[in-house]
Design a protein around this ligand. Structure first.
Ligand code: FAD
Length: 399
């Protein structure tokens, strides 16, 4: 019998755990590299922040999680598990529909134990270089006291994409105070208008004097948020002057003590060397066939968990099943030429519909609707009809 393929999975978060299970299920020889000493990726809360929280310093100490203490999931618990392994209600635990982050971390550990995945993971092993040499990948990794260079036939990238900050370009004078300290009487600016910006604004408003949210949304007028005595909404920050006066595009301005950037993250694979086959431009990782396989390197390199605005656990699991079956030879990919044609067509469609490059990996209406309908029908069957209405409402909000 031929030896099973040797596959390196990089990262032991949601994506890496799902990949390990699926690849091993297909009889492949899997090694999971995990730079930290725990599994679960960003779902392990860490009160520390990066040594340079806005990421200007490339040599900063990176804390691989962007969880804040108060975070609860923004998807209902019924969508926070895997297709065949749902997130249950913990006995005597949190029964809320949107659980806290601790429960997700607990669940991922339980998943790893249930499927005996820990033995596949090399904890404390950071991958520092992945390079195609001949017919294999050379993977270089380091631990606290060793350096290893090994060959693998395939590499599955599961390193997440919520650590490298994406900052808006705002003319800022030398003075800018960032993150960390806020307190009574502070005036705080929160830049961004997505889930984290809302959560964080509400948290800060409990202790700050004023919170001002700045957004790029075109329809916003300066206004105080209903049900909050000290949160205002503005258009984007135009500039910050030397005396800490923050001016907004809507003509208003305030003197501020602290600015929080809640502006998201960028894709970042500093260890990956592909001779320019894969590039990251304006947050587009490409070319990738269906956000997973680079046509010229498929199936020997794959990216898991790239799409955004989706039901992440289950989307990730489906991607892993696809990669595992392709690598085991059960499922065939189209030819390189066909995959490239698909990617080009996708880019052209985006352009035609007016979508900017940086939203390449946001699943668009059709795909999101399709995946949610599948997931919801699954969940309906699993949990009974009472939960279905929640998902239908969620689909509506989500789209
Ligand atoms: P990660 O969880 O980031 O795991 C990547 C792993 O790779 C880490 O363990 C890291 O240490 C390891 N790694 C990285 N580089 C290397 C290297 N070079 N060598 C070795 N190991 C490496 N999703 C939801 O479904 N519901 C939510 O409510 C939700 N809320 C979120 C809130 C916030 C604030 C953020 C930022 C994200 C949220 N997400 C949510 C998305 C979340 O990222 C996914 O749920 C999920 O954690 C992604 O898993 P992952 O495995 O792709 O990445």
């Amino acid at each position: 019998m031929p030896h099973p393929l040797r596959v390196a999975v990089i990262g032991a978060g949601v994506a890496g755990l799902a990949a390990a299970r699926e690849l091993r299920g297909e009889g492949l020889n899997v090694v999971v590299f995990e730079k930290s000493d725990h599994l679960g990726g960003m779902w392990r809360y860490d009160p520390r922040t990066d040594s340079d929280p806005v990421g200007w310093d490339p040599s900063r100490e990176v804390v691989h999680t962007s969880l804040y203490r108060s975070l609860r999931t923004n998807l209902p618990r019924q969508l926070m598990g895997f297709l065949d392994y749902p997130l249950p209600n913990r006995e005597g635990g949190d029964t809320r529909t949107f659980p806290g982050h601790e429960e997700v971390f607990w669940f991922l550990n339980r998943f790893a134990d249930e499927f005996a995945l820990r033995g596949l993971i090399r904890f404390g092993s950071e991958v520092v270089r992945v390079e195609r040499v001949g017919d294999s990948w050379v993977v270089e990794s380091r631990t606290r006291d060793s350096f290893t260079r090994e060959d693998f036939q395939a590499v599955v990238l599961c390193t997440g994409h919520f650590t490298e900050p994406r900052l808006p370009t705002i003319p800022v004078h030398e003075f800018v105070l960032l993150c960390a300290i806020y307190g009574f009487l502070s005036v705080v600016i929160v830049i961004g208008f997505a889930a984290s910006a809302f959560d964080i604004s509400r948290d800060i408003a409990k202790v700050a004097k004023e919170v001002h949210i700045a957004t790029r949304s075109p329809d916003v007028k300066v206004m105080k948020l209903a049900n909050h005595s000290n949160i205002w909404l503005h258009k984007m920050v135009k500039c910050v002057s030397e005396d800490s006066l923050v001016a907004f595009d809507d003509g208003s301005s305030v003197y501020a003590d602290t600015i929080f950037y809640c502006t998201g993250y960028k894709y970042h694979y500093p260890f990956l060397e592909t001779n320019g086959i894969i590039t990251i431009e304006d947050n587009r990782v490409g070319p990738l066939y269906k956000h997973v396989f680079p046509p010229a390197l498929a199936p020997w390199l794959s990216f898991i968990g790239i799409p955004e605005k989706d039901v992440i656990f289950q989307m990730t699991e489906l991607q892993c099943k696809w990669v595992a079956r392709v690598l085991s030879g059960k499922v065939l990919l189209p030819t390189e030429k066909e995959m490239m044609a698909y990617v080009e067509e996708y880019y052209q469609q985006m352009e035609k519909n007016g979508f900017p490059k940086h939203v390449t990996h946001h699943l668009h209406f059709k795909e999101v609707l399709f995946s949610l309908v599948i997931f919801c029908s699954h969940i309906c069957g699993m949990n009974g009809e009472s939960s279905f209405s929640i998902h239908v409402i969620y689909i509506y909000i989500y789209i």
